[in-house]
Design a protein around this ligand. Structure first.
Ligand SMILES: [Zn+2]
Length: 174
């Protein structure tokens, strides 16, 4: 059990620059980059029970891009901590914004929370969708909708509102 929890919280010790390992490239490309359906597993910080699902990441480069294989690694760094889904979503968006200063970055996470589905409270809300939008994804509804349409191709995003998702995530009140 100790080994398992050490692994599941190993994101605290991760060095972001080491994870990225120089996989930041200067390019002349300004179209939207999307990595969708990234599986993630995390633990809610209130009950130490898993929440897990899919993460979708998009950004519009200004001068730099991140190697595509590094995006799921970044998601793991923040998922392998004790989390709330809203913070996890924001941290992924923030680190991409801080590392490559894109014209915009968007992260949407859809997750099932075992602390809700197993304990028989608010079962209807055990599926939560959160989003973090910066730059063009916040200021341009056309850009935001393009991203949302693209990630809806395979996964519906129920309940996602225009600006930010409904905050159904575990609130740890009991
Ligand atoms: Zn919880």
């Amino acid at each position: 059990m100790e080994k398992a929890y050490k692994f599941l919280t190993s994101g605290y010790d991760a060095d972001i620059d080491q994870v990225l390992n120089n996989a930041l490239f200067t390019v002349d490309y300004s179209e939207m980059v999307i990595v969708k359906d990234i599986d993630f597993y995390s633990l809610c910080e209130h009950h130490l029970l898993p929440f897990f699902g899919k993460c979708h990441v998009a950004y519009i480069p200004s001068t730099k891009v991140i190697g595509l294989s590094k995006i799921p690694r970044l998601v793991d760094v923040f998922a392998r901590r004790l989390q709330v889904q809203e913070r996890l979503t924001n941290q992924i968006a923030d680190v991409i914004r801080d590392k490559i200063a894109p014209l915009g970055v968007a992260v949407v996470m859809e997750a099932t929370h075992l602390c809700m589905s197993m304990r028989g409270v608010e079962k209807q809300n055990s599926f939560a969708v959160t989003s973090a939008m910066h730059g063009a994804f916040r200021t341009s509804s056309r850009t935001r909708m393009e991203f949302l349409e693209l990630i809806k191709l395979r996964n519906a995003v129920p309940g996602l509102k225009e600006r930010s998702a409904a905050g159904y995530a575990c609130v740890g009140d009991d």
